[in-house]
Design a protein around this ligand. Sequence first.
Ligand code: NAD
Length: 510
Amino acid sequence: MSIRELTHFIGGTHVAGTSGRFADVFEPSTGEVQARVPLATRAEVEAAIANAEEAQKVWASWNPQKRVRVLMRFVQLAQDNIDELAALLSSEHGKTIPDARGDVQRGLEVIEVCLGAPHLLKGEFTDSAGTGIDVYSMRQPLGVVAGITPFNFPAMIPLWKAGPALASGNAFVLKPSERDPSVPLRLAELFLEAGLPAGVFNVVNGDKESVDVLLEDPRVKAVGFVGSTPIAQYIYETAAKNGKRAQCFGGAKNHAIIMPDADLDQAVDALVGAAFGAAGERCMALSVAVPVGRDTADRLVAKLTERIADLRVGPGTDEKADFGPLVTAAARDRVHGYIAAGVEEGADLVVDGRGFVLDGHENGFFTGPTLFDKVTTDMSIYREEIFGPVLTVVRADDYEHALRLPTDHEYGNGVAIFTRDGDTARDFVRRVEVGMVGVNVPIPVPIAYYTFGGWKASGFGDLNQHGPDAFRFYTKTKTITQRWPSGVKEGDLEGAHVGDTDHFVIPTMD
Ligand code: NAD
């Protein structure tokens, strides 16, 4: 296989890397290196920021409706090219083609909501807030903003960040994951083809070195991050220290509570898809099943074991595969390390995926589905994010015990409850300390016009991704209090305080 050499995308064109430093991009189902991605120098990142800064002035001067027409054309172009995008994405990430299409599609749904930007960006207006005084507010773009994104959704998450940022009149510098950078580069081409002015959307490939330039440069006004928790926290703190806005989303440990009255077949179906889909490399993957009561637990584990035996693991191109390989050998070895730790810590290993080998793909980064029973809260396989096809079962004595588990866990991204009882579901939804909740829905990723965000160690910052929060994050509000003296009749100002000649008194509106 010839190895492709990837680039950056700066100022509307592909730019070869000059650092001499590269990262390998693998084909996870064969284990072969298929491309090399350059890791940017400080000067390359600064060139992207400078291009973005220039281009943003023009872009922000376009009226909002003209801007969203570009996004509308982009959605159409991406839809027209979705097969190519999905194949490219699958070949670097390893997820199945239908799953890769979903990755692109969920990103485009956010852009579709951004087509309403002219409405979402409207300010407020109060006529005659004081005598002859009107007060209004406007939302203005921040300028240049940056996105730093993870490997597991190489289309969706860059689009979740870029859509609202661009619709609000900002220019964007994306630093995608170095493990699957080809789709972000392709998205940059499609933005340009859709009519986005050159320099408004840039891609710099790199590692910590390029991220640190984005975090330090005063021209970057906001940073949106998605990835693991330690890096999310680092980026949040560093960006804040440098006076930038930051929203940083981290790791997860998502629980599914299975009540004794749940439709067990439906719950098992949901669990198998949510735990093992995309080889568990989803921040909303369900990695902890919490059956309530011994009988529920015994029945659940028996049914899960049966269903797991039917799962098909294969390359992303296998139309019948339920899930594909892990992204890298390091990711696979890390998952295997957790399985060994679980055994060491005394959990009951019901299904062991470590021995899985696929004929003809012996060097692929595959791991079979793995199931642990009788996991306890002190074990590392419960406390830490594994990010692989491993489902752990923690048996709960009763509902209150089950509710405490996700509530007390360090992470708080997603959670689900399976029950037929409305009272229990309502109580759970109101009391659980987690940002996104599903009731008989395994992966409660909110639809694009609501916001997405986890609590506790799963999210740092006070505004969520997409939905109305995204427009607040990517704009600054200006509030104007104005009076036009010629509009005030003689005598109108009697008793009014705003604009009084005494400028040392705080004006009031009574
Ligand atoms: P990661 O933290 O390793 O990398 C994320 C990004 O940060 C990449 O662009 C990477 O190049 C960069 N990065 C890595 N190390 C860095 C460092 N030391 N300094 C600065 N930048 C650095 O995450 P990943 O492995 O790509 O993605 C998987 C993680 O992302 C999981 O923890 C998953 O739960 C999380 N995730 C969270 C959400 C969410 O919305 N909460 C969504 C998707 C993924």
